[in-house]
Design a protein around this ligand. Structure first.
Ligand SMILES: CC(C)(COP(=O)(O)OP(=O)(O)OC[C@H]1O[C@@H](n2cnc3c(N)ncnc32)[C@H](O)[C@@H]1OP(=O)(O)O)[C@@H](O)C(=O)NCCC(=O)NCCS
Length: 194
């Protein structure tokens, strides 16, 4: 099962059906905050809805090696970072994420996505990763550039959000760009003489 410790307080763990109650209570408490930009809140009204979602998540993990990771802070679920369906034929996928309102602004999502980016290119040998953000979603759009993604373009009316369409900004990172960036990231960890 996918598990990655980021630091003493923050880790990522593959979600399971056992997480249904905790996941529902976290997203229910942040419902208004998440509903601004995520289209599935009105379809998630009970623990049973979260259990159904997690049943599908577990199946995807078994069949497609997909990862839907709980973002854990001190062992409690505070958000989710995941791959959408992995296209093995073309070695690509997209990353999605959300975080509970009280934990916004601490860098938890950027750090969590960095783990999924590294895993996708290093362990899964994918070639192309995308992140699609609604044009007006400034907090979400700040994340891919921090991870080295490049803005590729805009998809018009790409997503129906309850009562209107939003455009998507598409950010992409390719495996060779990640490899080059990895060398810089590693070099940055080597102590320099004073
Ligand atoms: C989009 C969303 C996940 C962004 O969350 P976030 O907390 O802003 O993102 P991060 O965890 O990367 O945190 C970034 C913030 O932490 C700060 N930060 C602190 N330490 C940091 C670190 N080590 N690395 C990066 N950022 C750090 C950054 O400066 C930034 O703060 P700022 O926004 O005040 O400038 C969140 O707003 C959300 O869940 N929105 C609703 C759902 C949604 O829109 N999902 C995305 C759909 S595409």
């Amino acid at each position: 099962m996918f598990f990655h410790r980021i630091n003493d307080r923050h880790s990522l763990r593959q979600l399971s059906v056992r997480d249904a109650e905790e996941l529902f209570s976290v997203l229910d408490a942040s419902r208004a905050h998440l509903r601004h930009w995520l289209p599935w809140l009105d379809r998630t009204r009970s623990v049973a809805d979260s259990r159904q979602f997690l049943t599908e998540v577990v199946q995807q993990a078994e069949v497609n090696h997909n990862i839907h990771a709980a973002i854990l802070l001190d062992g409690r679920i505070v958000g989710v970072a995941s791959y959408h369906r992995i296209d093995w034929q073309n070695r690509n996928t997209a990353i999605g994420y959300w975080i509970a309102a009280p934990q916004e602004g601490q860098g938890l999502v950027t750090a969590s996505c960095q783990v999924l980016v590294d895993h996708a290119f290093a362990a899964l040998n994918l070639h192309r990763l995308a992140i699609a953000c609604a044009t007006g979603n400034a907090r979400s759009r700040a994340i891919p550039p921090r991870l080295g993604f490049v803005h590729e373009g805009r998809q018009r009316d790409a997503e129906w959000l309850y009562d209107h369409f939003v455009d998507h900004e598409i950010y992409v990172q390719l495996q060779p760009q990640w490899e080059a960036r990895m060398i810089t990231r590693l070099a940055d960890t080597i102590p320099r003489p004073k």
